[in-house]
Design a protein around this ligand. Structure first.
Ligand code: NAX
Length: 327
């Protein structure tokens, strides 16, 4: 029998946490042969609710779940962590400026980064889900100088899956026929879902839809899907966000299939003109347990301007958190 993998989830009592924990415990994050130990981090007021979720986890009698720890102390939560899903964040409240939002999140992600630096396992992999996810990941990374920078990632897999879903629907094909789709840039309304390299049944996707649909319907539908879900459901995406987090970590650990790639926000090495160090979404494959940026794609003028606009926003966020002394 293998030793359990420690999976720390922050914001465990929130709605994404509720959709996520049962899937982790059932083996969908790391596979059917890997036992897991859950570490739930919450703020003090929400510890009781997390305990309620833990009661339900007990009531599932998951064979792979070897234990659950619940705490409001980041140092304890990340001690020995192999995987960290940073879901809890400070949402934007009415009238809050971007600087206030980044500062409030700095107060969450800098201490969590320090706790990861102090106590996480050597193979720690971090996925930031809590928004603004890319920049929160940057803040945590900066606070963890002893952890390889590449271990800090942010989630654009939900955007990726949304884009696959929209394209499959438009062309009336199964999602399994769509490959090589890319989300570039920031997990925000400026993100760029790229159909110029995506393929449907091995043929370029952009050539199978008209340009007006691609530019005026597809891109904004994907970029504004989160708001459309709130409008329809009366609450933000939860199960689909949890699903995307599962996909991201599963692929990171187990690899991506040959002949395809996915999207993840990872630290830039300067590829495609994205300034080094920005945590930006790229076309990525996972090999040997590490993400690699797919190289050599030709970027046309339209794609270039879209990528540049989203990267400019990431750059502004980085400058803002630098200004707050968080980097
Ligand atoms: P909820 O408000 O339901 O849950 C958040 C939980 O985090 C709460 O239980 C809260 O007590 C906890 N929390 C707050 N500060 C904490 C801290 N310092 N340590 C530990 N826990 C803390 O939000 P939910 O719907 O679960 O969404 C969570 C985050 O995911 C939000 O920031 C949201 O914007 C973000 N999202 C990111 C997505 C992505 O694609 N990257 C998509 C879905 C989602 O909108």
């Amino acid at each position: 029998t293998t030793a359990p993998v420690n999976v720390t989830v922050t914001g465990a009592a929130g709605q994404i946490g509720y959709a996520l924990l049962f899937r982790i415990a059932s083996g969908q994050l790391l596979g059917p042969d890997t036992p897991v130990r859950l570490r739930l981090l919450e703020i003090p007021q929400a510890v009781k609710a997390a305990e309620g979720t833990a009661m339900e986890l007990d009531d599932c009698a998951f064979p792979l779940l070897s234990g659950i720890d619940i705490t409001d102390d980041a140092t304890a939560a990340f001690d020995g962590a192999n995987v960290a899903l940073l879901v809890g964040a400070r949402p934007r409240s009415k009238g809050m400026e971007r600087g206030d939002l980044l500062e409030a999140n700095g107060g969450i992600f800098a201490p969590q980064g320090r706790a990861i630096n102090a106590g996480a396992a050597d193979d720690i992999r971090v996925l930031v889900v809590g928004n603004p996810a890319n920049t929160n990941a940057l803040i945590a990374q900066a606070a963890a100088p002893d952890v390889p920078a590449a271990r800090f990632t942010a989630m654009t897999r939900l955007d990726h899956n949304r884009a696959v879903g929209q394209l499959a629907k438009k062309l009336s094909v199964p999602v399994t026929e769509i490959t090589k789709l890319t989300i570039w840039g920031n997990h925000s309304a400026t993100q760029y879902p790229d159909l110029y390299h995506a393929e449907v049944n091995g043929k370029v996707a952009a050539e199978q839809v008209d340009e007006a649909w691609l530019r005026d319907t597809f891109i904004p539908t994907v970029a504004k899907r989160g708001a459309a879900i709130i409008e329809a459901r009366g609450a933000s995406s939860a199960a689909s966000a949890a699903n995307a987090a599962i996909d991201h970590v599963h692929d990171w650990v187990n690899g991506t299939p040959a002949g395809d790639w996915t999207s993840a926000a990872i630290p830039s090495d300067g590829s495609y003109g994205v300034p080094e160090g920005l945590i930006s979404s790229f076309p990525v494959v996972s090999r040997g347990g590490a993400w690699e940026i797919v190289q050599g794609l030709e970027i046309d003028e339209f794609s270039r301007s879209r990528i540049d606009a989203s990267v400019a926003e990431l750059n502004e966020e980085r400058e803002a958190v630098k200004g707050l002394g968080l980097l």
